[in-house]
Design a protein around this ligand. Structure first.
Ligand code: GAL
Length: 377
């Protein structure tokens, strides 16, 4: 069985009501697992033996308290810095490690994988050579996980994978083989479903021209990424589950990139024009590009066309509030970054860590966009 822990949106909901600062400070204060056994020195032992017993007791006390966070060296590699969402994630990760966990800033190294698996592999090998305590890795290619895990574990370094989920069989293998690796992410199926529901919940269920069929274009992220695969599949599944007849006009990869989102949408609009009812984008950066193309073509979101993304970038949430975009889905990088950092520390302190932790997504519509904006701004 996969040991998936759900980090529910409850945390987020209470964050929304309270304040982000309150959530940031919610790190549990527990320490490490069972204290190491100590042998009490019998009265007749020699001075040397007594000394040894004292040392053992001191070691045990240190083990209970865990490693001093200030001394922990954390190696981080992000698949590419030029990604809007992962930039927010990376900044939050560093902030939380320093401000909430107490890791020294100079003991955190954050590398740009530059969307190049070879480059990222070199960074990971450098972390190994330099004796880092733990790594937090946003793989360029999820398929490289076995090599990364093997090399890190051979060096005794645990790995927390983030954002790009390795194969389910591999996550199971970590459990079966006692490998120190875990994945912290969000279930992309949920984000896709939420996108589809946002369209299905509109009064006309997304049928902007009222001809009985919702015709859409799908702007995909990097299709090797499960986030892109599931968002593409589940958004449409949710729409058809609501009884909507659909037709796909265009499906193209935009690699999470705003410029590509703009080009794909512009081309689709010039080819299919008024037939397009909905533009689905696998993320917000591409949706911002799509919005530029939609406006350039003289179309109006929420009047003659609908547009949804995922991530809840500030600009997009503002657009949802003022009606320039139909909706988005909050990809909770606070929850993900905090969990990733907490699990990294758990590994360092010898605590039990499950193999998968999932943070909930949250639908963002005009009804709650203001609240979400408060949280992320
Ligand atoms: C997704 C996110 C995208 C992009 C991608 C990178 O979860 O929605 O915007 O950052 O991760 O892997």
């Amino acid at each position: 069985m996969r040991l998936t822990r759900k980090v529910t949106a409850m945390a987020l909901a209470s964050c929304m009501v309270l304040s982000l600062a309150a959530c940031g400070g919610s790190k549990p204060a527990e320490t490490t697992a069972a204290p190491a056994e100590t042998t009490a020195a019998p009265a007749e032992t020699t001075e040397a033996a007594k000394e040894e017993a004292e040392t053992t007791a001191a070691d045990a006390a240190a083990a209970v308290e865990g490693k001093d966070p200030a001394e922990v060296k954390v190696g981080i590699s992000i698949y590419q810095f030029a990604d809007n969402f992962m930039t927010l994630y990376r900044e939050e990760l560093k902030k939380y490690l320093v401000e909430e966990i107490g890791v020294k800033e100079e003991n955190i190294s954050i590398m740009d994988g530059k969307n190049d698996q070879g480059e990222q592999m070199n960074q990971i090998r450098n972390f190994i050579t330099q004796g880092y305590d733990v790594m937090i890795i946003n793989l360029v290619q999820a398929s490289s996980e076995p090599t990364v895990t093997e090399e890190c574990n051979a060096a005794g370094i645990p790995v927390v994978y983030i954002n790009r989920e390795p194969e389910a069989e591999r996550e199971q293998a970590w459990v079966d083989e006692g490998i120190k690796a875990t994945y912290v992410g969000a279930d992309a199926r949920q984000s896709g479903t939420f996108q589809g529901e946002e369209i299905a919940e509109l009064e006309n269920k997304g049928d902007a021209d009222g001809d009985g069929v919702v015709r859409y274009i799908m702007v995909q992220g990097d299709p090797e990424n499960v986030d892109a695969q599931y968002r593409t599949e589940k958004s449409i599944e949710a729409l058809t589950a609501a009884g909507v007849e659909v037709e796909e006009l265009v499906k193209m990869r935009g690699d999470w990139d705003q410029t590509k989102g703009q080009e794909i949408t512009a081309n689709a609009l010039s080819q299919h024009g008024a037939k397009i009812d909905v533009v689905f984008c696998n993320n917000d950066a591409m949706a911002l590009g799509a919005l530029q193309a939609i406006e350039a073509a003289g179309r109006k979101v929420n009047e003659d066309i609908y547009l949804v993304g995922v991530d809840a970038l500030v600009e997009v949430v503002e657009h949802v509030m003022n009606g320039k975009m139909t909706g988005t889905v909050f990809n909770d990088y606070f929850g993900q970054a905090h969990t990733a950092a907490d699990k990294a520390m758990d590994f360092v302190n010898g605590k039990d860590v499950d193999n998968v932790y999932m943070v909930d997504y949250v639908k963002v519509t005009p009804e709650n966009a203001g609240e979400v904006l408060e949280l992320i701004k």
